[in-house]
Design a protein around this ligand. Structure first.
Ligand code: PEP
Length: 256
């Protein structure tokens, strides 16, 4: 039985450390009674030390939105994996579409990051998603397969037990509506089958596959009604504690 998970990347929507601290406190307060869903927040790097003190001893974990592709060395501006581990990061988001678009991240770089996160005992949340053009031309699944195979190249079964796959169709990010839940379910089944082909049934049945892209409290209920959607990765609509709580309740199947 896969445990449900809800997390939120703050991107740079939250751009003050003090705002971040306040929001982390409000969110953790709002979900303090929840024990049947894993939860996490991903603030920007410099906020992590302060947020980690706010979230310590709560049921909400924290992590980072990116990680260096190299362990250490002359890589100006990068944040090494060991620093993130020392800051208590549990999850590392890797390969978000915005990183690929604005920072030229490639599948090869992403693969290095995934391995480094795992080597340092952190859980990589590996993002993949097709563009609107891929979808129109009916080649979305080819893109997803290529990305997945590259990003997970060289990982063994033990590694695969820790990885989370985040399906984030690029055309659904930052929109007014999420992708349709039946469409997402079909893609999640496809991704699970791909994992099964490479790593076998047991790993595939246990791997967590979450959806991200314009998730809000309403569509969360529909998305979480599907068997293969194991959780939600929330952007803009997770920036209010009240919304975050509602999305968590959707993941728990507890909605009035
Ligand atoms: C995202 O880009 O991962 C995301 C979930 O953003 P939004 O919900 O704002 O579309």
């Amino acid at each position: 039985m896969r445990r449900k998970i809800v997390g939120s990347s703050w991107k740079t929507h939250i751009y003050s450390i003090y705002e971040g601290k306040k929001l982390a406190k409000e969110i953790s307060e709002s979900v303090k009674d929840v024990d049947d869903v894993d939860m996490f927040l991903l603030p920007t790097f410099p906020m992590i030390p302060l947020i980690s003190t706010t979230l310590a001893n709560t049921n909400v974990s924290w992590g980072a939105q990116n990680i260096s592709f190299a362990e250490k060395g002359a890589y100006t501006g990068e944040v090494p994996p060991q620093v993130l581990r020392e800051l208590g990061c549990k999850y590392i988001e890797i390969g978000h579409a915005e990183r690929r678009t604005y920072f030229n991240e490639t599948n090869m770089t992403i693969n290095k990051k995934v391995k480094l996160a795992l080597n340092h005992g952190m859980i990589p949340i590996v993002c993949t998603g097709e563009t609107a053009e891929d979808k129109e031309q009916n080649i979305g699944k080819i893109r997803l397969t290529t990305e997945l195979m590259w990003m997970l190249d060289g990982l063994d079964e033990e590694d695969m037990r820790k990885v989370i796959i985040a399906y984030e169709p690029i055309w659904a990010i930052g929109q007014t509506e999420a992708a349709d839940e039946n469409y997402v379910e079909d893609i999640h089944v496809f991704l699970r089958n791909r994992v099964e082909k490479e790593y076998g049934k047991e790993i595939a049945e246990n791997i967590t596959i979450i959806y991200g892209g314009s998730v809000d409290p309403e569509n969360a209920v529909k998305l979480m009604s599907k068997d293969n959607i194991d959780g939600l990765f929330v952007g803009r609509f997770g920036l209010k504690a009240e919304n975050f709580r509602k999305i968590v309740d959707a993941a728990r199947g507890k909605v009035e």
